[in-house]
Structure formats: structure tokens, C-alpha cells
Design a protein around this ligand. Structure first.
Ligand code: ATR
Length: 292
């Protein structure tokens, strides 16, 4: 066994171990510690990754622990991604455009906020052989995660992005903020989800809603109307296929679940925390998916 590596797949903690954390509420179900600790162990790095439950009131102090306690950095998850933006000394263009931060680290003595969700989404598509440039896409939902997806699709040259959302005003606001028609973004209501003529033109459908994850059915969506090779990407993941991906699987369309985006955003964050290239295959395996 090499230095810092343990046979349990987690880093050995000693007096020299450096700490990376994830801030969220709730945080019990996060897969990130499993993924990052497996990566630290693989590379023999003397780091440990742990979950921290923050609150809106303690978020500022939690971030300061990078200075006061030498924490290396944090990933940030629901519901703090937007709040972090104004608590940092520098933020990347991507984080500002999306309006959310998912990774905080120290660079040249400054607290920096980055968003690796958008490039993580792109990497997950590339890993499945899908290049967004010139493609026609449907994004279902217009919340925080849709924002990162649409930003990525615009940045990587998608030809036609339609955002379909229950609340039309939210879809319109998102479209406007990310460039509107000049950026090839249009909006629609949910009735478009069973419009054959429209769906037949799509090459990628992304679900950014959590509809059906609590047990019920997904929306009235007709996967059979999409082309045979239309990729279906659910940002969420669950034990087994999500309700959205079940529809796609039934129609025999290619699918990607949210763990693929999780692993790629994590790999990009890992590089910012450690300066080392992430062992993506090991991280993927640690959260139960095949490496791609
Ligand atoms: P996230 O940060 O994960 O994107 P969110 O910001 O709460 O979560 O967004 C959830 C998305 O799921 C929204 O687009 C929401 O639609 P509204 O804007 O109309 O609220 C969508 N959503 C949630 N429940 C839904 C339901 N039962 N039917 C249709 N859309 C739903």
C-alpha cells in the first residue's frame, strides 16, 4: 500500500492530513465524500473529504474556515450555491454568468468561487460521445440546475435550445438572462413534451426537474417521438433509473444519469483543490458507475 492509501478506500487521517469539505443542508445523502476520498486514496494524497451541515447564518463563517483553520476548500450544494457568490473575494466568469458557485478554494491568498457544474455537464456529454455544437436540445425545467446546463450549451455552440417549464415566466427569465434568441434560446410550455413534430427534431433532451423522484410518475412526455439516437440526460439520479430515464429506456433511447455530471464536476473541483489531475475512473467506480 502506498503512503496515504488505505485498504478501505478512504484516506488515513493523521496530524498532517488536509481537509476538503462539502457545505449543504441536507447533506446526509451526498456521494461526494465517497468519490473524493477514493481519488485521494488512489493518488496517495494526504487529504480527507468530509460533509459539513451549514445554515444561511453560518455559511460566511464556514467559508472563512479556509483561512482560520486551513481547510483546503469546499464544494457547495443545495441550498447555498447562489448565496456563496456574494461571500467570496473573486468569482469566475462562469460562476457569475450562472449566478451560482459549487467550488470554493484559495488562490493567491484569495477566496475564489468557481462553478464546475457547467463544464462537468459538458464533460459528461463528451464522455458519452455527444458534442453539443450545432445540436438541437430540449431542456425541461428552469431552476438552478437548468441554468448551468443552458449556460454550458450556449458556451459550447448548441444550435437550438428550447427551455420548457411549468412556470412560463421563469423559463423566459432564464432565457433572457443567458442571451435569449441571440444565443439560440427559446421557451415553451410543458405541452411541447408530447408534440411529435417538435420532439422529432431533438438530438438531446435534458431533464432538470425532480418530478417523480418522490415516487409518482414523470410528466406527460413522449420519448418515442424523438429520433432513435436522441440522448436523454437526467441531472438527477436515484436507486435504479429515474422516472424520466425509465421513459427513455422504454423507448430504447440512449441515457445518461446525473452521477455522470456529478463525477465530472467533482473531477474539475479535485484539480482545483489538489492541483492534480483527477482519477475519473476511480471516482466513477466509487459512486457506482462505469468509467467513460
Ligand atoms: P434545481 O435547483 O434542482 O434546478 P429548482 O430550482 O427548485 O431545483 O427547480 C426545479 C424545477 O423543477 C423548476 O423548473 C420547476 O418548475 P417551476 O419553475 O414551475 O416551479 C420544476 N418542477 C418541480 N416540480 C414540478 C412539477 N410537479 N411539474 C412540473 N415542473 C416541476
Amino acid at each position: 500500500m502506498s503512503e496515504g492509501k488505505s485498504d478501505t478506500g478512504t484516506a488515513r487521517v493523521s496530524g498532517t492530513t488536509r481537509v476538503v469539505g462539502i457545505l449543504g443542508e441536507p447533506i446526509n445523502h451526498t456521494l461526494s465524500p465517497r468519490m473524493h476520498n477514493a481519488a485521494f486514496a488512489e493518488l496517495g494524497l494526504d487529504y480527507v473529504y468530509v460533509p459539513f451541515r451549514a445554515t444561511k447564518q453560518t455559511l460566511r463563517e464556514a467559508i472563512k474556515s479556509i483561512r482560520t483553520m486551513g481547510v483546503v476548500g469546499f464544494n457547495v450544494t443545495v441550498p447555498f450555491k447562489e448565496d456563496c457568490l456574494r461571500l467570496l473575494e473573486r468569482t469566475s466568469d462562469t460562476a457569475r454568468a450562472i449566478g451560482a458557485v459549487n467550488t470554493i478554494y484559495l488562490s493567491d491568498g484569495r477566496l475564489v468561487g468557481e462553478n464546475t457544474d457547467a463544464p462537468g455537464f459538458h464533460q459528461a456529454l463528451l464522455a458519452h460521445g455527444f458534442r453539443p455544437r450545432g445540436k438541437r436540445v430540449l431542456v425541461i425545467g428552469a431552476g438552478g440546475s437548468a441554468r448551468a446546463v443552458v449556460h454550458s450549451l450556449v458556451a459550447t455552440g448548441a444550435a437550438d435550445i428550447v427551455i420548457a417549464n411549468r412556470t412560463a415566466a421563469k423559463a423566459r427569465k432564464l432565457a433572457r438572462q443567458l442571451g435569449g434568441e441571440a444565443a439560440n434560446i427559446r421557451t415553451a410550455d410543458l405541452e411541447i413534451l408530447d408534440d411529435f413534430d417538435f420532439l422529432a427534431t431533438r438530438q438531446l433532451v435534458v431533464n432538470s426537474t425532480s418530478v417523480g423522484l418522490g415516487g409518482g410518475a414523470f410528466l406527460d412526455y413522449d420519448a418515442d417521438s424523438t429520433p432513435d439516437d436522441c440522448v436523454h440526460f437526467d441531472l438527477a439520479y436515484a436507486e435504479g433509473p429515474t422516472p424520466f430515464l425509465k421513459l427513455a429506456e422504454k423507448a430504447e433511447r440512449p441515457t445518461i444519469d446525473g452521477r455522470h455530471m456529478l463525477v465530472h464536476q467533482g473531477a474539475l473541483a479535485f484539480k482545483l483543490f489538489t492541483g492534480r489531475k483527477a482519477p475519473v475512473e476511480v471516482m466513477a467506480k466509487a459512486i457506482g458507475i462505469a468509467s467513460r
